[in-house]
Design a protein around this ligand. Structure first.
Ligand SMILES: [Zn+2]
Length: 442
């Protein structure tokens, strides 16, 4: 039987990531060999900066190194030489983003060995991954040759960078985990529906190849419920639950209306004690549109309050056969798309991760590399919050997430710790763990 790990500590995860980072950059040795810092050190330094949510971390650790001959980038993140600021960005710029993204997979593999993993299961052992686009840079000045261009009516231009995030999530768990990012490119178009659609078409085969043993359901909004996308998803061997708004799908709606007349739509009604009425409806093998033979399953959910007011209504298409047994779970999974918006982008933008902070643009991939490192750091936070007992205890002790990271930053900027665990134990007042300096004076 497979060994189940109870606690997934930061050390173990960082060790795996460092191993991945040591493989990065073979293709760019010609330019990188002029630099004195190994790419792995530079990537780890960037990750550390995002992990502690401190753009000036490198500066503080350099000072600690000068004064105390040791620093936390070395003791916790395994960085041998702290890269100097300009080289730091020059070295990262040409790095191939997909080589850095390998670490998402490494962390997911570690998570799969824990008890927590089973909590992500939905609909008979499948895993729901949500697709959603977001913007991480916008300015009226061009940042790099790859900036997306947006024309204003008055002739002004905006420049932006956008990305499509693939996130593993569960309707009842508050900890979605990003697993892959796809940068939206100039050739993807500027309209929201075009650019996210094209980026999704590119990322789906990559996703399927990277996680071949995961029975994944792609969950997305109305812009994905189009024939070509559904064919792409099925070709990759994945499942889907996509919002299908009646206004976007007139043929589908007409078909459903026809099926209703001949009892082709099944229904489940639940009356709550407070007067709320929940109505689930579904139908199998309906034609998606008039232009292709493509058939799909359809389901909808309507929640009506005691007053008669409709509180929520939505409909979806899916390849999973809806039944009386799974219909409620199908709706739950379809509805929790908002988790990305609320719990990933919101946290990254507003709770210290500096998602929209311009860490640097470079000429090639720098802006995107920083976003990948930021999401990797966020993933580490989520995994620690889910599975590391020591981290959970520290977070509980401090009270708030923001407070926790504030305290960690202060302690990391002022003292050198022999390990992450030593730092957390000190915060918990749990043992006689002290920073290295105090230890040596004892
Ligand atoms: Zn740019």
């Amino acid at each position: 039987m497979k060994k189940i790990i109870e606690t997934l500590q930061l050390n173990r995860l960082l060790h795996g990531i460092r191993k991945d980072f040591l493989q990065v950059g073979d293709s760019i040795t010609t330019s990188a060999s002029d630099f004195q810092y190994p790419i792995a050190d530079v990537l780890m330094s960037g990750l550390a900066m995002m992990f502690v949510q401190d753009p000036s971390m490198l500066e503080f650790q350099r000072r600690l190194q000068e004064r105390k001959r040791s620093n936390n980038l070395n003791t916790i993140f395994g960085v041998e030489n702290i890269p100097e600021n300009t080289q730091f960005r020059e070295i990262l710029d040409p790095v191939n983003p997909s080589e850095v993204q390998v670490s998402f997979e490494t962390c997911i593999r570690a998570l799969q060995q824990t008890r927590i993993w089973s909590k992500f299961r939905v609909l008979d052992g499948r895993y729901a991954v949500l697709l959603d686009g977001f913007e991480f840079f916008r300015s009226d000045k061009r940042g790099c040759p790859h900036c997306l261009e947006y024309d204003h009516k008055d002739g002004r231009k905006d420049y932006a960078h956008k990305c499509l995030a693939v996130t593993l999530a569960h309707p009842t768990a508050k900890t979605p985990i990003p697993i892959l990012l796809e940068e939206i490119k100039q050739e993807d178009g500027t309209k929201k529906q075009d650019c996210e659609f094209n980026a999704a078409k590119r990322v789906i085969p990559v996703l399927a190849k990277q996680y071949p043993h995961l029975d994944m359901i792609l969950v997305g909004d109305g812009l994905f419920s189009k024939g070509p996308m559904i064919i792409e998803v099925k070709n990759a061997g994945l499942s889907y639950i996509f919002v299908a708004k009646p206004t976007d799908h007139t043929t589908l709606e007409e078909n459903i209306a026809g099926l209703r007349l001949c009892s082709g739509v099944e229904k489940l009604e639940i009356a709550e004690d407070n007067g709320t009425k929940k109505v689930y409806e579904w139908s199998k093998d309906v034609e998606l549109n008039g232009s292709s033979e493509l058939k799909t399953n359809w389901f909808s959910y309507t929640e009506t309050l005691k007053t008669g007011k409709i509180k929520y209504r939505n409909s979806w298409v899916t390849d999973i056969k809806p039944t009386r047994k799974n219909i409620q779970e199908l709706v739950e999974v379809g509805r929790h798309r908002w988790q990305i918006e609320n719990q990933v982008f919101n946290v990254l933008k507003n709770h210290g991760h500096h998602l929209e902070h311009n860490f640097g643009h470079g000429k090639k991939h720098l802006a995107f590399i920083f976003i990948i490192l930021n999401f990797l750091a966020f993933m580490l936070h989520q995994i620690l919050a889910l599975s590391d007992k020591l981290f959970q205890a520290t977070q509980e002790w401090v009270g708030t997430k923001d407070g926790l990271w504030l305290e960690i930053r202060v302690l990391l900027n002022r003292f050198v710790w022999k390990s992450w665990e030593a730092l957390l134990n000190h915060m918990l007042d749990r043992s006689d763990e002290q920073c290295l300096e105090c230890e040596s004076q004892r």
